[in-house]
Design a protein around this ligand. Structure first.
Ligand SMILES: [Ca+2]
Ligand SMILES: [Ca+2]
Ligand SMILES: [Ca+2]
Ligand SMILES: [Ca+2]
Length: 237
């Protein structure tokens, strides 16, 4: 009898969509023959055809969390494309200049570890005002404090805001569109069936302070956990 009640509760939680999501997710990224135009709007045919990720969750627990966020991924011979849809009602993006500390305000964040060995991974952030922070690491958080920030991802990234950043009126959110050249990551374009480890996060400035959500929750208070990055499988079509 003892096991019955918790199992029932777990089922109820799943039914209500409130069960923490702690498994490492897998996303099947289909190659596109019609590359998205990087303008911050995810209305391109490539995005219409791309599946949405699971909804992002609390990075420490995997529980449902705001801002409501989903992402999509596609690719072609040259670049990896990632689109974020973030329902953020309080937009703060005052920082400007290359490699500003965007994680202290609102931004989307991508970490990529192509071979999944936890070494030589890359971090790219894009703010709602198209500012970019990009760096690379030799191993987890090495070199301190922010990796090799002189690294240039050659990111093409744009965002479109539904609302107005940096005022007190309520916002509806933003979309962010990122195109990362494979060449900047020092790797060849993926082959059919290849799997990379990719982390997707949203850093979120709130009235009550800074928060964040993730696609694959690291389950600790640190985003740099390559073993917890999500899995992206590349499909040729
Ligand atoms: Ca677009
Ligand atoms: Ca690596
Ligand atoms: Ca940089
Ligand atoms: Ca925010």
């Amino acid at each position: 009898v003892r096991g019955v009640l918790p199992a029932s509760l777990a089922l109820l939680a799943v039914a209500c969509g409130s069960a923490p999501r702690t498994e490492i997710p897998l996303y099947e990224a289909r190659r596109t023959a019609d590359a998205p135009v990087v303008d911050g709007d995810l209305d391109d045919p490539a995005w219409q055809q791309a599946a949405r990720t699971e909804r992002f969750v609390n990075t420490r627990t995997g529980a449902a969390a705001r801002p409501r966020t989903e992402a999509r991924i596609t690719w072609d011979d040259e670049r990896l494309y990632i689109g974020f849809d973030v329902a953020d009602t309080f937009l703060r993006a005052t920082l400007e200049g290359r490699d500003a500390h965007l994680w202290t305000e609102d931004c989307v964040e991508v970490m990529v570890d192509p071979d999944g060995d936890g070494l030589e991974y890359f971090e790219i952030q894009l703010s709602p005002t198209h500012q970019v922070f990009d760096t690379r690491y030799r191993s987890r958080r090495v070199p301190q404090p922010f990796g090799i920030t002189s690294w240039d991802s050659r990111l093409e990234g744009r965002a479109s805001v539904d609302g107005t950043v940096n005022d007190d009126a309520s916002d509806r959110g933003y979309e962010a569109e990122l195109a990362i050249p494979f060449a900047a990551l020092g790797v060849a374009r993926p082959e059919e069936g290849d799997e990379w480890r990719v982390a997707l996060y949203v850093l979120d400035a709130r009235r009550e302070g800074q928060g964040g959500v993730g696609w694959s929750p690291p389950l600790v208070g640190d985003f740099h956990v390559p073993a917890r990055f999500g899995r992206v499988r590349f499909l040729a079509e």
